[in-house]
Design a binder for this molecule. Sequence first.
Ligand code: ATP
Length: 519
Amino acid sequence: MTAPMPKQDKAPQSQPKSQPKSMKDITALCKRRGFIFPASEIYGGLNGFWDFGPLGVELKNNLRDYWWRKMVTTPPIGPDGQPVQIVGVDSAIIQNPQAWVASGHVGGFSDPMVDCRETKLRYRADHIVVLIPKDGDENWIATADDDPETIEKRIKKVGKGKSVANFEQKLLTELDPSDYAKILGPDTKEVGSLTEPKDFNLMFETRVGALATSDAKAYLRPETAQGIFLNFKNVVDTARVKMPFGIAQIGKAFRNEVTPRNYIYRSREFEQMEMEWFCHEDEAKKWFDFWINTRKEFWLECGLKEESLTIRPHDQDELSHYAKNGHGTVDVEFKFPFTDPGFGELEGIAHRSNFDLTQHQEHSKQKLEYLDPERNNEKYIPHVIEPAAGLTRGVLALISDAYTVDPDRPSGVFLDFKPSIAPKKAAILPLTAKEDHVPLATDLYLELREQYNVDLDIKQNIGKRYARQDEIGTPFCFTIDNDTIEDKTITVRHRNSMKQERIKMDEALSFMDDAMRGN
Ligand code: ATP
């Protein structure tokens, strides 16, 4: 008996059409298949915190490892045709609090917020959309964000029969506070409950040691970048690096975001992949352009589609304090389902000038200059180009981009991950749980798992097992059947095309090697 094409698993007549992706469906799949769960779910969860399940952690680790490989182990070839030099660090999450004073986070790392006096809820002022009736009606309606669905629901509820077209949309921050009296807050019944915006520091505070005194106060890092600057001197003194070079770090960061939202896009605990590229000021522009192109290329290599990505330079008024004196900041943006047809930030590439090292030199009283033998022993504080990407936000981009609706298959959907990024590279499926099939499948599983993360799935009808693998984005299924016993061949089922072919069982490993090469 060869692995039959299960009845429902008919090959599609044409490639699946691009269909709108719903965040509701994507989050449901992530929950159902074990990618992402709300943190402490059995206690009702905690807003802004998420746990990665068995498949989510594999996917996140694959993206993390790929970034590390492309940045640290095999960094790119620079504009002069030579490989660039980047080393890694893994710094503490909690550092001396003075470091955060020097970096400007204690004084200035804040978002403008408004409180609602009626509900006691707090919102990001720059996210609130105010709907102003075009007919001059003085009842203005606010929503907590610009999500079209939220806006439509709110208008349905309190818009007195009007539709979206009857309103002009403005951001709260564009309005004069004297107009606030007319505004019905995002969750209120009465107008005039919103306060004027106040700055809210995003740093999570904690205490070090048993003393409850103010000098025991410390912070969870809001970015991984500062741990790199704090180790600049250590790396220069020990790692035999010479200008220009990079220091990279991947790890957790914490921000007490006012309104965590859009699933794991904006959470309070997340992971970053950051690299600080140190160079002489005269070369900063060259390297800025180099890193913008290289970083966009990286996301394409991870499998994100060209049409899902865009590069957006920041406007002058958006620039951070450190980027004002340099060549600015450019974001690599991704078309998330909740921003579509617009884009949202996936990674920022900033010219940070020499702001951070200068600040740390001043506050720590330690010399952080570089003595450059290649520039006649010129002493200078290097400039920095920083590609700063979100690891957890990257996972969301990978899942949303891979999510493909396909009514022609039983699962109705598959995840089109690149094989190298997919959490499972292949599934080994004995056609039946009959004794003859299982030992052969187990042999193949034991062989392949030495090289690749593969699944052995024994029970259930084959159609259901294919459907599960489609939903988790496994590129290949190897099916063991009666012919395998006879002639040692197995069926390979390809995820995207659902096409099947027969190969020799002892060629499965080289089949995988070929499929993974360059993928
Ligand atoms: P945003 O404008 O979205 O708040 P940011 O410009 O403050 O982001 P950076 O400080 O440049 O972000 O951080 C680098 C990257 O870290 C971002 O591009 C994003 O991918 C990720 N990131 C930042 N804040 C969060 C968050 N709250 N949740 C998840 N990822 C985040």
